[in-house]
Design a protein around this ligand. Structure first.
Ligand code: SAH
Ligand code: SF4
Length: 373
């Protein structure tokens, strides 16, 4: 798929552009087209059988059906699946499909960027640096690719932006993709089933609040104080906790939803009882929920996972202080498909392909990508 593509991808085409493509056809054709694109298992224009053959051929001449090319698919023993895609210019993107409690149902974990420029010191994607933002089509097509190939497409009904990249560093594409995932005329998921996870960019959270969609918000916190937080997520130096907590509270009020705080449990770093006490104090009075994430290791990781009893003790400490809290069930570890294990660029292009890093510093101590601990 190298070389500038001749046709734009259809999943992000504007309503006007679609109408123009259907020029001269009855108005219900646009609805049929959107239905076929966003709600059915059709994997090519030729399979959109509600549309006349000439229309399908005309669409094929004007648009690309999918913006991603599958390079590799892997399946975990727990049913999690990971897909490695290439964009037209060879950027590598990973998408994870996770089964949920209901039979046949699944959540799709989406990437918003190829790589990530935020440089978190415990994250495999962070070690890659940023290759580039994904387009709205490249984000949407991850979801559509998975859903179109599911045995019960409608049961693939949740999307979480917890794959590669920082979604709030890619706001225009995120807004279009989220609006289409949650839009009744498009994919039609409930906005409540679309969750954006952020490293904690206050202006991005405010932008999300202005979209008028009650999207789920998950804020990656990892530490109850700025000093420790900055060693884990260097961007925290630019956006300290008071500003982040204010933006999060504004979101809770604007959207009338609880915010989730993610807290990756790192042995001897952020898992002490006293830190749970501080965390409860930080979150006092908020409509929130804490999700403790067991650390998922990867080649070159410089942290270790907290022991299970420590994670449970941390949870109990928060609970006693009235903070709703759960421990995340980790999925797909054996295929490096769990949170923070996505490192597509490294796998696809070989180690040492780190590109530009748009983050605020703090990466000097990191071992070379691909190095063993
Ligand atoms: N950039 C966004 C979303 C992608 S990361 C963010 O940082 O929130 C999704 C979640 O995985 C974040 O909460 C992140 O802190 C967590 N994570 C990253 N590396 C991890 C690892 N190695 N083990 C467990 N969780 C990790
Ligand atoms: Fe980027 Fe999120 Fe990984 Fe930090 S944790 S490097 S923000 S993907």
């Amino acid at each position: 798929m190298r070389g500038q593509p001749d046709r734009p991808p259809i999943s992000e085409a504007s309503p006007d552009r679609l109408c123009a493509a259907l020029d001269g056809q009855p108005t219900y054709r646009a609805d049929q087209l959107r239905q076929a694109l966003f709600r059915t298992s059709a994997t090519g224009f030729d399979q959109m059988l509600t549309l006349p053959a000439e229309t399908r051929a005309a669409l094929d001449q004007q648009f690309r059906f999918e913006s991603l090319r599958l390079l590799r698919a892997q399946r975990s023993t727990d049913g999690t699946r990971k897909a490695l895609f290439h964009t037209w210019d060879g950027a590598a993107v990973e998408t994870v499909r996770m089964p949920t409690e209901r039979p046949g149902a699944a959540t799709v974990c989406l990437s918003s960027q190829a790589g990530c420029g935020m440089g978190c010191t415990f994250c495999a994607t962070g070690a890659l640096g940023l290759t580039r933002n994904l387009t709205a089509a490249e984000i949407l097509d991850q979801f559509l690719y998975v859903r179109r190939r599911a045995s019960r497409p409608a049961a693939v009904d949740r999307a979480v932006f917890m794959g590669m990249g920082e979604p709030l560093a890619n706001l225009p594409a995120l807004e279009t993709a989220a609006a289409r995932l949650a839009g009744a005329a498009y994919v039609g998921l409930s906005a409540r089933r679309v969750t954006v996870s952020t490293v904690g960019l206050p202006a991005g959270i405010d932008a999300m609040a202005s979209w008028g969609l009650p999207l789920g918000l998950a804020v990656s916190l990892h530490a109850p104080d700025d000093g420790l937080r900055a060693t884990l997520a260097p961007i925290a130096r630019r956006f300290p906790l008071p500003a982040l907590m204010e933006a999060s509270r504004r979101y809770q009020q604007a959207v009338r939803r609880r915010v989730t705080y993610e807290y990756t449990m790192l042995a001897g770093v952020n898992d002490a009882r006293a830190q749970a006490v501080d965390l409860a104090r930080l979150l006092r009075g908020q409509r929130c929920h804490v999700n403790l994430i067991p650390f998922n290791t990867y080649p070159g990781a410089i942290f270790r996972a907290s022991a299970r009893p420590r994670i449970r003790a941390f949870r109990d400490e928060l609970r006693q202080r009235g903070v709703p809290v759960t421990i995340r069930r980790t999925r797909g570890r054996d295929i490096s498909g769990a949170c923070g294990q996505l490192h597509a660029g490294m796998l696809a292009a070989g180690a040492g392909t780190r590109r530009s890093n748009g983050a605020a510093g703090g990466r000097a101590a990191r071992p070379a990508a691909g190095a063993r601990p």
